[in-house]
Design a protein around this ligand. Structure first.
Ligand code: AMP
Length: 227
């Protein structure tokens, strides 16, 4: 079995983890797991999990570690054999999740992997600007992301997804008060997460997210290739 690349993208909501993941899927044939997308799917399908996590998502708080680790475990189980590159977008977000992931990856079937941990950084005010202008596709199997603010991320037709034609809306957790709560939650947990990785000897590389998506991708490739 060849070595699998497992790429963990850390960073505040809206920093550009999703955009970078999409480029990795498109250009490197990676498989992307966005725990945020998985949570939203559960919510819109009204599953038992969806009902349990509804309040956390609406209020900008984190879903419990156990629920998230279980989601990731199930996803890895069906995906890991079919790909040589996995992008984890928005997971782990807490130290217990990071520990849970390492435990999962120690299982025999995941034995041969290389972990790249990359933290995208951008100042809070720019994140707030990005999130408050973000609109997303309402088709739950598409979930494409656009911006009302930045010309190159606007949809071709106002309010309509370029890919599938479904209507675009603002995510309910992109309301101003929820953005503030999500940023607070991120800053609250990220230090313990970084301390955890330092404690187990995993290097975290910083990536400047304050540049166009293509440039972020080029920097990302340099980081991954250099390791
Ligand atoms: P995101 O799209 O990554 O910003 O995630 C949207 C929401 O889903 C978050 O505000 C959390 O409520 C929930 N969520 C996504 N990923 C996680 C995670 N790894 N741990 C806990 N909650 C999560």
């Amino acid at each position: 079995m060849s070595t699998k690349q497992i790429i963990i993208l850390l960073g505040a909501p809206g920093v550009g983890k999703g955009a970078l993941s999409s480029l990795c899927v498109e250009k490197l044939s990676c498989k992307q797991l966005s725990t945020g997308d998985e949570c939203r799917k559960h919510r819109s399908e009204g599953t038992q999990i969806g009902k349990e996590i509804d309040f956390a998502i609406k209020s900008g708080r984190l879903v419990s570690d156990n629920v998230i680790i279980d989601m990731v475990d199930k996803w890895l189980e069906v995906t890991i054999q079919d790909t040589s590159c996995i992008i984890l977008d928005g997971f782990p977000r807490t130290a217990p999740q990071a520990e849970g992931l390492l435990t999962l990856l120690k299982q025999e079937s995941y034995a041969d992997f290389k972990l790249h941990i990359i933290q995208l950084v951008l100042e809070d005010q720019k994140i707030i600007d990005r999130l408050s202008s973000r609109i997303v596709c309402t088709n739950k199997s598409c979930q494409a992301v656009y911006s009302k603010l930045y010309e190159r991320f606007k949809p071709r037709v106002d309010g309509v997804c370029n890919h599938c034609g479904a209507p675009l809306v603002r995510r309910d957790d992109d309301a101003p008060e929820t953005i503030a709560e999500r940023l607070k939650t991120y800053h609250h947990h990220v230090k313990a997460l970084l301390d955890f990785y330092q404690g187990v000897g995993c290097k975290v590389t910083i990536l400047n997210a304050d540049q166009p998506a293509q440039k972020v991708f080029e920097d990302f490739l340099r980081i991954v290739d250099s390791r």
